[in-house]
Design a protein around this ligand. Structure first.
Ligand code: DX5
Ligand code: ZN
Length: 221
């Protein structure tokens, strides 16, 4: 699969030098910027909003920005993120009163749309929206913090979602987020994921290219 995407989570980047650090990880071979938005309400942590996304665009970051909304309510920030330069916007369905409307709002604003399922969120949320999602994000940790351990039950869930995607006949990316490292990325890919978020595994190392190259060589196995 040559379409594997590596998406560093900038939650683990140096916030005091964010533009520089994001440029550095993209130079090191990353494909997509994963942008974790936390509101201290849906999740017990607080990060950044559309202004920071726009600041990255103004700094000259041109790579796709994958906005992972961990916020409740969801809809009010969708137009803001689209204006700020997001390419993909995903949200947690249980945080939206009207899932179909939220997906439609993302598309209306010209972005790709996706749902995010927590480790214990059932797959039935996907039942009536497979024709509307461009991406499905499975959380392999409980959302809120970087640096947590991969929850192994995610592998079986990934296989189930991969079956649903293949049955849909649509090209839907299957993204996984939480605890992804060089030593588990191959197993996660074998279970069906094709887009890999990694925060601490990349940003906590001095040389980002070494980590990203090691991940790609695991994926090539
Ligand atoms: C967690 C976030 C993740 C997180 C991943 O709520 O959605 O994107 O930053 O971090 P690592 O790769 O360190 O588990
Ligand atoms: Zn995330």
């Amino acid at each position: 699969n040559s379409e594997f995407l590596i998406a560093p989570s900038i939650l683990s980047a140096d916030f005091a030098r964010l533009g520089e650090d994001v440029a550095r990880v993209l130079d090191a071979g990353a494909d997509v910027v994963h942008f974790d938005v936390m509101d201290n309400h849906y999740v017990p942590n607080l990060t950044f909003g559309p202004m920071i996304c726009e600041a990255l665009r103004n700094y000259g970051i041109t790579a796709p920005i994958d906005v992972h909304l961990m916020i409740k309510p969801v809809d009010s920030l969708i137009p803001e993120f689209a204006k700020a330069g997001a390419d993909i916007i995903t949200f947690h369905p249980e945080a939206s009163e009207h899932i179909d409307r939220s997906l439609g709002l993302i598309k209306e604003h010209g972005c790709e749309a996706g749902l995010v399922l927590n480790p214990a969120t059932p797959l039935h949320y996907l039942d009536y929206v497979m024709d509307k999602v461009d991406q499905i994000l499975l959380m392999s940790v409980n959302p809120g913090f970087g640096g947590q351990s991969f929850i192994p039950q995610t592998l079986d869930k990934l296989r189930q979602v991969r079956e649903r995607i293949d049955a849909s006949g649509r090209k839907i990316r299957l993204e996984v987020d939480g605890g992804i490292k060089v030593d588990n990325i191959a197993e996660v890919a074998a279970a069906g994921a094709d887009m890999f978020v990694a925060g601490s595994a990349i940003f906590n190392q001095p040389d980002y290219r070494t980590v990203i190259d090691a991940m790609r060589s695991e994926l090539a196995k």
